[in-house]
Design a protein around this ligand. Sequence first.
Ligand code: FCB
Length: 458
Amino acid sequence: MAFSFPKDFLWGAACSAYQIEGAWNEGGKGLSCHDYYARLPEYEKFYELGRPDDCADFYHHYREDIDIMAERNLKSFRFSIAWPRLFPNGPDEINQECVDYYNDMFSYLNEKGIIPFVDLFHWDLPQWVLDRGGAASREFIDLFEGFARACYANFGDKVKYWSTTNEPSVSIFCGYADWNLNGGGMFPPYEDDRTKAFTACHNMNLAHMRAVKAYREMGQDGKIGAVIDAFPFYPYNFNDKRDMEAGEQMWDFYAGKWLGPILLGKYPDVIVEHFSQYMPEGYQEEIAAAYEPVDYIGNNYYAPRYAKYSPEAPYYSPAPDPELVPVKEGGEFVGMKYYPEGLFDTIRMLDKKYHPKEIIITENGMSAARDPKNPAVPSKINDENRIRYMRSHIMMLSRILEQGINVTGYYVWAIEDTYEHGSGCRYDYGLIGINYDTKERTPRDSFNWYGEFIKANT
Ligand code: FCB
């Protein structure tokens, strides 16, 4: 089947600093929250399958990896700046070695014709930020703005696509509560405190707006947005109106508490009606006053979920996946399902609810488990199932474009095998396979396929 995409469509692949960079204590880097908690025995269960200490060692291999990307026609590489590498000990002292490293990486990408797309924050808060109260503290807003300004000042000439934050539903909210309020935090600092969870959410939204405002105040000339992970919550029973409503409420609760403020300058009703008691006073007015529109919204899509009405908590009632729904084979990491139609539904919903100017699919990908007896060795290099996965999601994108919705890019997660929170380096998403002992890189068949696809479509 032939696809039709604009010639300047951003065909990319993504990753984050702490998931591939390694070099956790080199180059003047300070401790990230993961480096810190992974070394505390009380938190062992979150790190028993591994720490992000050296993983793919991108820090020492980035030129080689960029060459592999260029050989396969990649148009854009999405990556993040490690805040604890740039500011190892506190907000006042910048690490020049880190400035040089990222400048060289971004220059090399540009030289090879690959557009850098940079997240300011993808899950690795410096431990010194957490020590000062993390995102639950009001000071976070100033600290984040300072970090953002330093990034624009040092890298803004080379980077023209910026995102303030990646999936704060996980990294920020889950520091203090499970994502659906079913228990305590699953992410550093692993606390159990709803007031902190919602306060951190509000502070992250304000920090995002400040960072967007700062970008414009500094006269930067690229695009800036944020990356959220909205996905459909299908009704458990399609014939039950209450399940349908529960699904809508779950969307607003999970993704809407970011998308509402970021795209419309207000929190959704479900937050106002059910969670105001955990929010700081005057939060809705404060968001309206701070609102700063974005140039695009990024959205990561992996799998849908299901919602079922419950009389106790209609607004947070995820249901187990019913057998009947048309979910196909799954990725192997945390039971991620394979349902490309969910990408179509997600984009339609984003467009209908928030009317963003531009949408970029910033992550989409499929995992494969490594052999537990031989975890240094990458999973299958001839990964036809990943090719099927990518093809079917790209087909959904082409249908979305036919509807006239302005989607301008698609990034595969991940450029290479990654460290994943909770499961170490055991599940591969990579277009490039990594041998963790030798650090040998082997492009998978999916990357060769993607390279040919990009060539034919640009
Ligand atoms: C997303 C994250 C990314 C990676 C993938 C598998 O939620 O943004 O860092 O862990 O999932």
